[in-house]
Design a protein around this ligand. Structure first.
Ligand code: PEP
Ligand code: MG
Length: 595
């Protein structure tokens, strides 16, 4: 198997059929093979255990000692991550703020003074705080409730002087009920291979840290500390969110190959994955992945995607050969968003019709590319549209999801879509379902009509994404799938380039960001040109991300601007081609196409 296939290949569930596999949530990408170190959870403590009054001062002292020790531990962790960037520091500071919150601190002391044991006082005060967050109508705040719980556990352990022996975990896989941020920092230092927890969400600070530290993690694995015994060999697949317990030889071999391929990838272009996508002279361009299937998100993670600019949701319809219900869609969208978190994900509503024909669709048109396609179809079937919007809203709880409309030709289509979206929000609110109330609604600019009225569209849309495949097809009146006109279908045609330039300028005048998600975005000859035109984001197949980043990092924005200006002044395709070839110093665009 070629390394690429090993890395990007889907999880082979057939291979795992005979295996004991635990399913969880993929929270940090990567694969590890090693032995388990199981941290046993604490038993429950009642919040109302009373103590005799003569023990109060002793309990107060115990609390202060445990608290000081834990604060000290967090400060040390904070010190260790000083060099790792503001994101990681902010996370640890937030945890320290919870621990040193005077209301919580005084609350515990007062409760001890009222005659409760130090353990009971900690449990009751922390649980009160936790309830407050649990009742919040915001998923991220609810996640903070878990964090409060973790810090509580840590404080209780500190009371008993039970500190984790981090050093022992070197080259092992840690299995725990939950972990705090300071645990993750210490485990990273000790050199653990992977993390498995029973609770926690992908938005938890511990998950975010695991991702920052590149430690594969699977969370939400029920009863993991019970089912997995100390010393058991495990495979943690942080892409698929699975744990293979006692892998058989063939499974072990496949995963060893995957680990090797991943390492090789990191040694080669992989080093680029962690570097910012910016030109030599400092201009940032977000690099996003296009997603056709769930596995594209894993590929995006390996290749350092800054997010996902186009999820083609109609693939789900085509895969299932029919329309999935709201629940099925919700699970798919939620999984994509969780795998990507905290990176943004733009999900395009079903773009059906034209070449994306689904069996069973009651439409047979003579000219489907010009027919009831994309948003037109959805507005004609509002039952389908509403189910999708509800599923998308439900999947937006962690606030990293945006919705995008395909095949737009008028403002009316966006306005009416927004009205339907608002209606769905009201319904969900009535049912107390959480979602991101400020979810962004963007528009694909892929028809000449949309490009020409982009000034108006910018006032009703939150962002633009240029679909150069269709924009080229409709501008040049050349079917994108017809071999006979393939020489006419060319996204370097001056008319297409000028439309793109016009869209970007108009969008920026109106404060709207522009991404390009058609094939042109990944074309080797187009990078300099598009950056010179001031595009904000490029969304491409994940396998192209690193090469694209490499090109971006080796060019300068100032030169790209001059080249774009020159090329946009050409009327003729051949002139464009000659100028591009000269600019990038290669022989032909066709040749570049094959890179
Ligand atoms: C496009 O038209 O450029 C695009 C990205 O959408 P699709 O290829 O799915 O039509
Ligand atoms: Mg399109």
């Amino acid at each position: 198997m070629a390394p690429q296939e090993v890395i990007y290949g889907k999880t082979d569930y057939k291979l795992l059929k005979e295996q004991f596999v635990l399913k969880g949530i993929p929270s940090s990408a990567g694969i590890a093979l090693g032995n388990a170190i199981v941290l046993q959870p604490e038993s429950l403590i009642s919040p109302s255990i009373k103590i005799p009054s003569e023990e109060i001062s002793n309990e107060l002292l115990k609390f202060e000692k445990a608290h000081t020790n834990l604060v000290h531990q967090f400060m040390q962790s904070l010190h260790k991550v000083r060099s790792l960037g503001s994101n990681v520091i902010a996370i640890l500071e937030t945890n320290l703020l919870i621990l040193t919150d005077p209301i919580l601190y005084d609350g515990i002391r007062n409760r001890i003074k009222d005659g409760f044991s130090v353990e009971s006082a900690i449990v009751s005060e922390f649980d009160n705080q936790r309830k407050f967050f649990l009742n919040a109508s915001d998923a991220l705040l609810q996640e903070r409730a878990n964090e409060i719980d973790n810090i509580k556990r840590k404080l209780l352990a500190s009371l008993k002087d039970q500190s984790i022996d981090y050093e022992k975990s070197q080259q092992s896989i840690v299995v725990a009920q939950a972990l705090t941020t300071t645990d993750i920092v210490n485990f990273k230092e000790a050199g653990i291979l992977a993390i498995i927890t029973e609770v926690g969400g992908v938005t938890s600070h511990a998950s975010i840290l695991a991702r920052s530290f590149d430690i594969p993690a699977v969370i939400g694995v029920h009863n993991a500390t019970d089912v997995i015994k100390n010393g058991t060999e495990l495979i943690v697949d942080g892409f698929a969110g699975i744990v293979v317990v006692k892998p058989k030889k063939d499974v072990r071999d496949v995963y060893l190959q995957k680990i090797e391929a991943l390492e090789e990838h990191k040694r080669n272009l992989g080093a680029l994955a962690k570097l910012p996508s910016e030109t030599f002279d400092g201009k940032r361009i977000s690099l996003l992945g296009n997603v056709n299937f769930l596995d594209d998100v894993r590929s995006g993670e390996i290749n350092g995607a800054d997010g996902y600019g186009l999820v083609r949701s109609e693939n789900l319809v085509m895969e299932l050969k029919g329309f999935p219900d709201e629940e099925t869609q919700y699970k798919w969208y939620r999984e994509i968003c969780e795998r990507a978190y905290p990176k943004p994900v733009t999900i395009r509503v079903f773009d059906l019709g034209s070449d994306k024909f689904v069996e069973g669709l009651p439409i047979k048109e003579f000219n489907p590319a010009l027919g009831l396609r994309g948003i037109r179809f959805l507005l004609s079937r509002q039952d389908i549209f509403k189910a999708q919007l509800r599923a998308l809203l439900r999947a937006s709880v962690n606030k990293n999801l945006k919705i995008m409309l395909p095949m737009v030709t008028s403002l009316h289509e966006v306005e009416i879509s927004r009205k339907i979206l608002e209606k769905c929000k009201t319904e969900l609110q009535q049912d107390s379902v959480l979602f991101d109330n400020r979810i962004a609604l963007g528009v694909m600019i892929e028809t000449p009509a949309a490009a020409i009225i982009s000034d108006g569209l910018a006032k009703v849309a939150d962002f633009f994404s240029i679909g150069t495949n269709d924009l080229t097809q409709y501008t040049l009146a050349a079917d994108r799938n017809n071999e006979l006109v393939s020489d006419i279908f060319d996204d370097f045609h001056p008319s297409v380039l000028r439309l793109i330039d016009f869209i970007i300028k108009t969008a920026h005048k109106n404060g709207v960001t522009v991404s390009i998600c058609g094939e042109l975005a990944g074309h080797a000859a187009a990078t300099q040109l598009l950056i010179g035109m001031d595009v904000d984001e490029l969304s491409v197949a994940p396998s192209l991300l690193l090469e694209l980043k490499n090109r971006i990092r080796s060019l300068t924005y100032s030169e790209a601007k001059l080249i774009a200006e020159d090329i946009l002044n050409s009327n003729d395709y051949f002139e464009v081609k000659t100028k591009l070839e000269k600019a990038i110093g290669r022989h032909s665009i066709t040749e570049l196409n094959e890179i």
